[in-house]
Write a new protein. Structure first.
Length: 168
């Protein structure tokens, strides 16, 4: 649960994400492009060992547990999509570093149709988890803040306006 003192700040942030997302069809979402489109996505809960998704980089593959996806989708619709994009981040950046994959996914979603909705959902999920430290991810609140920062950084880059030269 979000501390009452910070609830208005969190709600304002979540609302700002939704406002920045362009209106799109409800079914639109981030889709792997280029070489990432060739990465197989395999439904296999044994490979994920209880996680929503995991990736292998050599050869590249992503494994998803449909059971965990349904559980996440039931309480936080859209959050499950972040985890898939996060796994693509491991492959795109060829890294095992969770923070790099998180930031890659947040930036990818920040510019994607409905990406803001997915980010809002996963940030809400993380903020409601107990604040236990993970050596790979940090605390859920630290991870949520990382996602927010990376998404805002991507939006700031996309919103840079190049001035029009003056006519003489």
């Amino acid at each position: 649960m979000v501390n009452r003192r910070f609830r208005p700040v969190v709600l304002a942030f979540l609302a700002s994400l939704l406002v920045l997302v362009p209106a799109t069809r409800a079914s639109a979402q981030w889709v792997a492009q280029g070489a990432l489109a060739a990465v197989p996505v395999v439904m296999n809960c044994n490979e994920t060992r209880g996680d929503v998704a995991v990736s292998r980089r050599h050869p590249p593959a992503i494994y998803v547990c449909p059971t965990v996806v349904r559980l996440i989708r039931k309480k936080y619709p859209g959050a499950e999509h972040f985890y898939l994009v996060h796994e693509y981040g491991h492959i795109a950046e060829d890294t095992a570093d969770e923070a790099i994959a998180d930031c890659w996914a947040a930036k990818a979603l920040a510019g994607a149709p409905n990406g803001g909705r997915y980010l809002v959902a996963v940030i809400e999920l993380l903020r409601r988890r107990p604040d236990e430290r993970s050596p790979r991810y940090g605390t859920p609140n630290e991870r949520a803040e990382r996602l927010r920062f990376c998404a805002e950084e991507e939006r700031a880059d996309a919103l840079v306006v190049v001035p029009t030269p003056r006519r003489r």
